[in-house]
Design a protein around this ligand. Structure first.
Ligand code: TRP
Length: 336
């Protein structure tokens, strides 16, 4: 891969369908980074095993995710796009880092405590050491920037701790300390259609727009979005349900369309039915090409396999160098 550029790593969860919140929160960040950074983006299939997914579903999930990311604009020529399980060096580094991770600190991680509460019947060691595997994902490429949301901050802090612990113990700055990164000024919050919370947090499928929703379903979901009887007086503050519609519109509609409806709100002539119709059509125009491209890509299994293979090759070239250095520092270098 190109040298001289800063290294970026991010893992894409392999469960669940991609939605508009993922697109504007993560994928669009990736697409912008692929131009200026040396990017390693991977499907986190090993991570998904903590919950024992049905083996029949795994391949389909991985291929769908690849197809949806490529259809959204991720270019496998520009980035290394791979499956975590195709890079055994990650597992090896995970083992090495586990020797530097303490049971006590792992038990204190909020995401682990949540899981213990939610699935007490399956508190396995993979769940406990999830942050160690995530650290290995990142440190294996000696990345310095990691595009993730706020919910991953704690995991990144652990990655920094493990990096530092390794460097201190073995007396060399092998691992830089990675930081969370995104084009913050352009981060758009994508609200859910039921007027509460973010689309990514939504448990209500009708309030979430997926990248594989049909045109008809997109229209139906948008038309069902909550509104009210309109502003009671000029300059009335906008309730959240309405400001959410504007946020959604800003993300996919032409600026003049948004301005017109904003003006209509201000002078109390707004008709929410018209606004939702416009939003629905603009949403369809936005999502349909991604959906169609992703569907076509999913049919082309040989192509997806080639992408995975090429990606794994690029990732392993970088990972092998790190492991060679790590082994030597630890003293596992019997043939040199
Ligand atoms: N834990 C991340 C999430 O839940 C996914 C992930 C796994 C990841 N490994 C990573 C993200 C490495 C960034 C870097 O979204």
């Amino acid at each position: 891969m190109a040298t001289g550029k800063e290294i970026v790593v991010s893992g894409i969860r392999s469960t669940g369908f991609l939605h508009l919140g993922n697109y504007f929160g993560a994928i669009r960040n990736y697409i912008r980074m692929q131009e200026d950074y040396n990017c390693y983006f991977f499907v986190a299939d090993w991570h998904s095993l903590t919950t024992h997914p049905d083996p029949k579903d795994l391949r389909g999930n991985v291929f769908r995710l690849l197809a949806e990311n490529i259809a959204s604009g991720l270019d496998p020529e520009k980035v290394a796009l791979y499956a975590q399980s195709d890079v055994p060096e990650i597992a090896e580094l995970y083992l090495l880092l586990n020797m530097l991770a303490y049971k006590g600190e792992l038990e204190k991680v909020p995401t682990f405590k949540d899981k213990v509460r939610l699935q007490p019947q399956n508190v396995n060691a993979g769940l406990l050491t999830y942050p160690v595997l995530m650290s290995a994902d990142i440190l294996v490429h000696r990345a310095i920037k990691v595009p993730v949301g706020k919910d991953q901050e704690q995991h990144l802090e652990m990655a920094r701790n493990f990096a530092q612990r390794f460097n201190t113990r073995y007396g060399e700055e092998l691992f830089p300390e990675p930081i969370a990164f995104n084009f913050g000024d352009n981060l758009v919050r994508i609200p859910s259609l039921d007027g509460t919370g973010k689309m990514s947090k939504s448990e209500n499928e009708m309030a979430t727009l997926y990248l594989n929703d049909t045109d008809e379903l997109i229209r139906k979901k948008v038309m069902k979005a909550k509104t009210d009887s309109g502003p009671a007086e000029p300059g009335a503050p906008m309730p959240e349900t309405i400001s959410n519609l504007f946020l959604l519109m800003q993300s996919v509609s032409a600026p003049d369309a948004v301005d017109n409806f904003r003006l209509a709100y201000e002078n109390q002539s707004i008709r929410y039915g018209d606004m939702k119709k416009q939003l629905a059509e603009d949403m369809v125009a936005f999502i349909a090409p991604i959906r169609e491209k992703a569907q076509a890509l999913q049919q082309d299994v040989p192509y997806l396999r080639r992408i995975l293979k090429d990606g794994a090759e690029k990732a392993r070239a970088s990972a092998a160098q790190t492991l060679q250095a790590a082994r030597a520092l630890i003293g596992i270098n019997y043939y040199q």
